[in-house]
Design a protein around this ligand. Structure first.
Ligand code: IPE
Ligand code: IPE
Ligand code: MG
Ligand code: MG
Ligand code: MG
Length: 334
């Protein structure tokens, strides 16, 4: 009994020595290492809503434009075209593709904003009198109606240059920025080629109509949507296999998006769309409903929808938001 009291006393006296303090620190360090890391400031990127992504992209675009030294009327025209609504589909695809391979929103913001600027430029030029000659876009007068034709041409030109500048000014390391710029350039060039096939077609007379139609749609609309998915994958540091899956997904939904756009043009009203309905027939465009009829076009939407979903299979749960977007795009009403 006495002896045990003695050993207790010895143990306590040991703890009050420098060696005891050191052992205590070691023990505390061991316990700290075993503690789970705090998760309080960690946001699950996939849990970010589409509305939050859209807001972050709009802020990135508007801050960038506000900082550029631009003539004030050009700045106003760009802001009108860029910040006046729209579904922001392409930026959403960039961010969701980045997240699908384990990346985060911040990595994808610059490419997402840059791609939306290219898209806005394509719409401004698409609406010009020399092109589709439209007066209404996103429920408001088109830019050349709001200002004038010269300003609409120049604002479109400016948005293209600014988009590339935005990537170069905001992405590191330079090798990653160069890859993103290459994707952006390829998407832009293919989109322009698609607009030429659509507006000034010069196909080989032997080319079947269905092939012409696919060539137009794959390029004029599919190219930027494909670029969105690839840019997201690249800035999320995708493996080669993941990049292939997201490219296949982008190609399927890119084509599907324009088939749906053609369908909406013949099934909805101008008020519902916020842009002129019935324009394709008026302009003699080659369209899916024109070639396959409404039911045939709907079947094509379903086929492309299913093809897009199969491409996502290897990506598992992280691709959930991309699956949802695919469903939304197949059934959208504007
Ligand atoms: C319209 O694109 C032009 C096409 C490529 C069919 P969106 O339907 O994505 O246009 P916004 O950005 O939502 O207005
Ligand atoms: C537009 O296709 C494609 C691009 C802007 C590159 P549409 O001409 O069918 O688009 P909307 O119907 O005017 O939006
Ligand atoms: Mg057009
Ligand atoms: Mg048009
Ligand atoms: Mg259209």
């Amino acid at each position: 009994m006495d002896r045990s009291n003695e050993s207790d006393r010895l143990a306590f006296s040991y703890l009050s020595t420098p060696l005891g303090w050191f052992a205590g620190y070691l023990w505390d360090f061991y316990l700290w290492c075993r503690k789970p890391m705090p998760t309080i400031n960690k946001v699950d990127p996939v849990a970010i809503s589409n509305a939050q992504i859209t807001e972050a992209v709009e802020q990135t675009m508007s801050r960038f434009i506000a900082e550029r030294p631009l003539p004030h009327n050009l700045r106003e025209a760009i802001e009108y075209a860029l910040l006046g609504g729209g579904k922001r589909l392409r930026p959403l695809l960039v961010v969701r593709s980045c997240q699908a391979v384990g990346g985060r929103l911040e990595q994808a913001l610059a490419p997402a904003a840059a791609l939306e600027m290219i898209h806005a430029f394509s719409l401004v030029h698409d609406d010009l009198p020399a092109m589709d000659d439209d007066d209404l876009r996103r429920g408001r007068p088109t830019l050349h109606r709001h200002t004038n034709e010269a300003m609409a041409i120049l604002a479109g030109d400016a948005m293209m240059g600014l988009a590339f500048e935005l990537v170069l000014a905001n992405m590191q390391p330079p090798a990653l920025a160069a890859r993103i710029v290459a994707e952006l350039a390829q998407g832009t060039n293919d989109m322009i080629a698609g607009q030429v096939y659509d507006t000034l077609p010069d196909f080989d007379p032997a080319m079947p109509e269905m092939e012409r139609l696919r060539t137009i749609h794959r390029n004029k609309t599919g190219a930027l949507i494909r670029a969105a998915c690839r840019m997201g994958a690249i800035c999320g540091d995708a493996t080669e296999a993941q990049l292939v899956s997201l490219t296949q997904y982008g190609e399927a939904i890119g084509l599907m998006f324009q088939v749906v756009d053609d369908l909406l043009d013949v099934t909805k009203t101008t008020e519902e769309l916020g842009k002129a309905a019935g324009k394709d027939a008026e302009k003699g465009k080659l369209t899916y409903p024109g070639l396959l009829g409404i039911e045939g076009s709907r079947a094509e939407v379903q086929r492309l929808h299913d093809q897009a979903l199969s491409a996502l299979e290897p990506l598992g749960d992280a691709a959930g938001p991309l699956r949802e977007l695919c469903g939304f795009l197949a059934t959208r009403e504007k």
